[in-house]
Ligand binder design. Structure first.
Ligand code: NAD
Length: 423
């Protein structure tokens, strides 16, 4: 295993985490046993093993997954991850979290996720395109604009979405832009989609600091995972007056208690491939980053980074989950006991799927919005959802995670009961 892979391995099984979170919330609801059991199962799971012709003429076999957790509220929606540590259990967890996320913010979608066990950094552009087109063909039996709509996640990007859209369209014989979201603008992407998740993170961070009576201007922020979500959150929070004191990626992190310039850091990472080595900053590990002195921590990398063993060392008063599942249930308990407010993933990082929804709607209607319209609607939904979840948390005296899950599970269960059990 490479040193890089060692840094980024989740420290707990994400599917067990997702089930524990679900059970904590479900215990608070009068769900019939069969309904509760049904909601805990993924609806369908596809595993594909497929060949890819490499540049040197050899053939390599890759494994990929696509899991649909629930189709109760509508077509399934969820990203595709390219990462060497992808497992079926991780994809299951991410699919379930997508169901709850869409229900939390009121989108007419069920949850899905896909993944391929691959380190995309080790492939040439041609190999990446071949892998993507073959994987898209393999999962084509599940994917459609009406049925299942993928999007980017860790290790994938708008170009990969473009290849998926093109592959699907070639098979159909006509262009089908709404089969994926997170596409480049040139082929029907939406303004604001690239920044949407990080922008959503900044809206809920602002709302949470208001609730805590903590001034946002001058707040010290540490960001684990300086990728699509983390880097955008960092520079938008910096625009709001926050001081970004630490940031990391899979090679390690950088720390300066006086603050880093996040836009310069983005440029540095683009040029050098990592944040490490950024001038006038100390080097820290990913573990150390979680424990630096700061007011707000934004974990935006992978699952299970904050656990029972390090949650006691988190200095932040507010943790906003840019990533999916960065805190284990035991880590949650420690943070809650220490009065650290956690804005949960299924609310905090919902900005991505919200603007993906806008992109899908725009594509289906062939009628496109301005960036201002996209961002205003994003803000409206994020602020409303934050307020509803916070109210639920205060009323029921539960964490914001459990409050969001209760709300989401109630919505899905209600729709399920209304539809009825077929036949
Ligand atoms: P990305 O590939 O753009 O960035 C991931 C970043 O994290 C990279 O910089 C990588 O080097 C780094 N990284 C990986 N493991 C790390 C670790 N253990 N410690 C520190 N850095 C690490 O991916 P992304 O799209 O920004 O996704 C990040 C997280 O946000 C994931 O949990 C993803 O599921 C979640 N998310 C993404 C979106 C989206 O729209 N892209 C939406 C919602 C949630």
């Amino acid at each position: 295993m490479t040193a890089q892979a060692a840094v980024i391995t989740p420290k707990e099984d994400p599917w067990q985490m997702a089930l524990r979170q679900f059970n904590i919330a479900a215990d608070q609801l009068p769900l019939k046993r069969g309904i509760r059991e049904l909601l805990a199962y993924p609806k369908r799971e596809l595993t594909v093993n497929f060949p890819v012709k490499m540049d040197d003429g050899s053939v390599r076999i890759f494994t990929g997954y696509r899991v649909h957790h629930s189709t109760v509220l509508g077509p399934t929606k969820g990203g595709i991850r390219y990462h060497p540590d992808v497992t079926l259990n991780e994809v299951r967890a991410l699919a379930m979290w997508m169901t709850w996320k869409c229900a939390t913010v009121g989108l007419p979608y069920g949850g899905a996720k896909g993944g391929v066990v691959v380190n995309p950094k080790e492939l040439s552009r041609e190999e990446l395109e071949h892998l993507t087109r073959r994987y898209a063909t393999e999962i084509g039996i599940l994917m459609s604009p009406e049925g299942d709509i993928p999007a980017p996640d860790v290790g994938t990007n708008p170009q990969i979405m473009a290849w998926i859209m093109d592959t699907y369209s070639m098979h159909r014989g006509y262009s089908t832009p709404s089969v994926v979201t997170g596409k480049p603008l040139a082929i029907g992407g939406s303004f604001g989609r690239i920044e949407a998740t990080g922008r959503g993170v900044t809206f809920v961070t602002r709302e949470a600091t208001r609730h805590l009576g903590m001034p946002l201007a001058g707040a010290k922020v540490a960001v684990q995972g300086f990728g699509n979500v983390g880097a955008v959150a960092a520079y938008l929070l910096h625009d709001q007056g926050c001081s970004i004191v630490a940031a990391s990626d899979s090679s390690g992190g950088v720390h300066n208690p006086k603050g880093l310039d996040p836009r310069a850091l983005v440029k540095f990472k683009e040029d050098r491939g990592s944040v490490t080595g950024f001038p006038s900053a100390n080097r820290v590990t990913n573990e150390e980053l979680l424990e630096v002195s700061c007011d707000i921590l934004v974990p935006s990398a992978l699952e299970a980074q904050i656990t029972a063993s390090n949650a006691g060392k988190v200095k932040a008063r507010l943790v906003v989950e840019g990533a999916n599942g960065p805190i284990t249930p035991d880590g949650d308990e420690v943070l809650e006991a220490r009065n650290v407010l956690v804005v949960p993933d299924i609310l905090a990082n919902a900005g991505g799927v919200i603007v993906s929804y806008f992109e899908w709607v725009q594509g289906l209607q062939q009628f496109f919005w301005t960036e201002e319209e996209v961002n205003q609607n994003l803000e409206r939904i994020m602020v409303r959802s934050f307020g509803q979840v916070l109210r639920g948390s205060l009323d029921r005296k539960v964490s914001m995670r459990t409050a969001a899950l209760i709300r989401a599970i109630e919505r899905v269960a209600d729709a399920l009961m209304t539809r009825g059990i077929y036949p």
